[in-house]
Design a binder for this molecule. Structure first.
Ligand code: NAP
Length: 247
């Protein structure tokens, strides 16, 4: 199960789920590119944690919605470790509003980061993943992309858009022997969920068969499997990690 020597780029990995994925992969021997947009201190802390555990990591600033900055991130990756074997498109934002109140700016902002960022990063790293021995593209979607969620028309549209994108890229990567899959987390204990009012959160947890939120490690463990060579015959799939929310 070792990730020894595999180079993994994880977008939005200074905090939250991305950070959990980065540390998990780093501690298993991967070379990790920690991407951040604004959380420089947290990114450095993630690098230090991985290095202390005996792994290798480098921080790369880039707003995934900005193609030139993503190109720079690829250069940082190539300089530090060479081409990437694994790209995890994790960076994502919300801008919640009941649909009738939602502005076009809130719609565009969520699309630019969640889908535009995935477009930019996947295109910049496509050749790396294609040429890698067992290359992997992993997109972090959401249970909301499947079920919808009140006040999240923009986010739900972006997250379900990731499903079609992933299935298509899986077809386009397949001849090179590389795979593309989605992970669809349920509600996970990060800053993103911190902003949900307690009474709403209680209602959400009461509807989860496993009766708890996910921890970042729950998501990272599944990404870890998909990033490894052991998942080589799994492609174009959406793996739900949601405590049974859709049962
Ligand atoms: P989070 O705690 O809010 O962290 C978001 C991360 O994304 C941060 O590291 C942030 O970096 C980065 N980011 C945001 N916009 C970016 C941009 N334009 N360019 C580069 N990085 C950017 O979120 P999270 O809960 O860990 O969520 C991570 C992913 O999982 C998202 O795609 C989210 O939609 C998905 N997800 C989350 C949950 C949940 O319940 N938490 C459930 C399902 C799916 P900076 O701090 O540097 O800005």
């Amino acid at each position: 199960m070792s990730m020894d020597g595999r180079t993994c780029v994880i977008t939005g990995s200074a905090r939250g789920i991305g950070r959990g994925i980065a540390e998990y992969l780093g501690e298993e021997g991967a070379n990790v590119v920690i991407n951040y947009r604004s959380s420089k201190g947290d990114a450095q802390e993630a690098v230090d944690t991985i290095e202390t555990a005996g792994g290798s990591a480098v921080a790369a600033q880039a707003d995934v919605a900005d193609r030139a900055e993503v190109e720079h991130m690829r250069e940082v990756c190539h300089e530090a470790f060479g081409p990437a074997d694994v790209l995890v498109n994790n960076a994502g934002i919300t801008a919640d509003e009941q649909f009738t109140e939602m502005t076009r700016e809130e719609w565009d902002r969520v699309m630019d980061v969640n889908l535009g960022g995935m477009f930019n990063c996947t295109q910049e790293f496509f050749d790396d993943v294609w040429n890698a021995d067992e290359g992997r593209l992993i997109n972090i979607s959401s249970v909301v992309g499947k079920q919808g969620n009140f006040g999240q028309a923009n986010y739900a549209a972006a997250k379900s858009g990731m499903f079609g994108f992933t299935r298509t890229i899986a077809l386009e990567l397949a001849k090179g022997g590389s795979t593309a899959n989605c992970v669809a987390p349920g509600f996970t204990r990060t800053d993103m969920v911190e902003s949900i009012p307690d009474r709403v959160l209680e209602r959400i947890v009461s509807g989860i068969p496993l009766e708890r939120l996910a921890e970042v490690e729950d998501i990272a463990a599944v990404v870890r499997f998909l990033a490894s060579e052991e998942s080589s015959y799994v492609t174009g799939e959406v793996i739900d990690v949601n405590g049974g929310m859709d049962l």
